[in-house]
Design a protein around this ligand. Structure first.
Ligand code: FAD
Length: 396
């Protein structure tokens, strides 16, 4: 007989593991299935965020910011440092240790809260008469099937691919590759000036790379308030030396022995630039098709997101979806909130998430954060507003 659970969560990223723990705390027999493996073939919890996203990027941002302070900023404070050197291997080892402590921490939380960790890829199928759903788990210790009354899909997202720019995570990298460079590339190209491109570009620029960011959109940080993106543009390009090109159309991308050549067109005409590494960060796509639910009639919108209502209910009874795989900002804390809401909803409590008050943040220096609507959104909506600005400079 298949093991049976009140709640099975598919995916153990921030949305899934937090939802699973909350469901267990509310008294439900809960399991969480995840297929994330490291290069040694060990299963790890935490999803994108802990393994190749928020946590490692923030670790490298801190290391590189410390280095930049020592190398370029301490002198103005009268602190003379000679011979400061960056040991990239040591920086990466620190980052890896942080990641493994935190992923291990989730395993401990699962044990403490009695969440069963199922290792492998989950596939949702209809259940037999006495149960609602079954989840086939493959790739773990052996094939296994569990039964579930409620299912929470938290399968997250993966990097969007750019046609003609195949990621090999050696010369052409996605976020995972860009977080693992063994040395500082002399010339780094980044396609995409979104949050991930700016954060990763900043890390390697601070450590000495000449960074060129190629962005298709004609505007910089369009999601941000106009005044903030104008200020950020000045700081990143003029003060920090990030070479950001807007309105770029990427042409042929070819690799040589140790170089990547990118042909592109921008307002100035046709160009060809060589890089030692190229990072592709052009957004992320929801993982909405890898768990077999289409056969059950799960509704997916035309952008690939699982359709949900305000309480993250899908069109299938007792099947919920949370995190990057559904609409709304692709941010860890948004997924976590949705995970908690769904667990509370299953327990007939009144959890809810207001997407309009999820904070956004970009961990550049200076960091950029905002919450609620931007001025340009209010203008576009025709909403009356009053605007105020307080420059940090005015703050003693
Ligand atoms: P994921 O974290 O993507 O987890 C999904 C999990 O489900 C994965 O482990 C996957 O292997 C597993 N899975 C998928 N399909 C199956 C299946 N069929 N069976 C079993 N398991 C499956 N957000 C922030 O809020 N702050 C930040 O600072 C930040 N920095 C970021 C930096 C980078 C470089 C990147 C790439 C992202 C960053 N994000 C940040 C975004 C954040 O990582 C995501 O919003 C978050 O991870 C989404 O959580 P999730 O649980 O929905 O999905």
């Amino acid at each position: 007989m298949a093991l049976s659970f009140d709640v099975v969560v598919i995916g153990a990223g921030p949305a899934g593991y937090v939802g699973a723990i909350r469901a267990a705390q509310l008294g439900f027999a809960t399991a969480c299935v995840d297929d994330w493996k490291n290069e040694k073939g060990e299963y790890l919890l935490g999803g994108t965020c802990l393994n190749v996203g928020c946590i490692p990027s923030k670790a490298l941002l801190e290391s590189s910011e410390n280095y930049e302070r020592v190398a370029h900023k301490f002198a103005a404070h009268g602190i003379a440092v000679t011979g400061a050197k960056m040991d990239v291997r040591k920086m990466q080892a620190r980052k890896d240790k942080i990641v493994s402590q935190l992923t291990g921490g989730i395993a401990t939380l699962f044990r403490k809260n009695k969440v069963t960790w199922l290792k492998g890829r989950g596939r949702l199928i209809a259940g037999a008469a006495s149960e609602r759903y079954r989840i086939d788990i493959s790739g773990g210790a052996g094939a296994e099937t569990v039964a579930a009354t409620n299912v929470v899909i938290a399968t997250g997202s993966t990097p969007r691919e750019l046609p003609g720019v195949p990621v090999d995570n050696d010369l052409i990298c996605d976020n995972a590759g860009a977080l693992a460079f063994g040395e500082v590339p002399k010339r780094l190209g980044v396609i995409g000036a979104g949050v991930i491109g700016l954060e990763l570009g900043s890390v390697w620029r601070r450590l000495g790379a000449k960074v060129t960011i190629l962005e298709a959109l004609p505007t910089f940080l369009a999601a941000c308030d106009d005044a903030v993106s104008r200020e950020a543009w000045k700081v990143f390009t003029k003060e920090q030396g990030l070479d950001i090109r807007l309105g770029v159309k990427i042409g042929k991308v070819s690799t040589g022995k140790r170089i990547v050549k990118v042909e592109f067109a921008d307002g100035e005409g046709q160009k060809a630039v060589e890089f030692d590494k190229l990072v592709v960060s052009v957004g992320r796509v929801p993982n909405s098709v890898n768990f077999g639910a289409a056969a059950l009639g799960l509704k997916i919108d035309d952008r690939g997101f699982i359709e949900v209502d305000a309480h993250c209910r899908t069109n299938l009874p007792k099947v919920y979806a949370v995190g990057d795989v559904v609409r709304g900002p692709m941010l860890a804390h948004k997924g976590m909130d949705e995970g908690v809401m769904v667990a509370e909803h299953i327990a007939s409590q009144a959890g809810h998430v207001d997407l309009d008050v999820i904070p956004w943040v970009i961990y550049t220096a200076p960091e950029i954060a905002w919450v609620g609507k931007t001025e340009q959104q209010l203008r576009a909506d025709g909403t009356a507003y009053r605007m105020g600005q307080v420059p940090f400079l005015a703050n003693g």
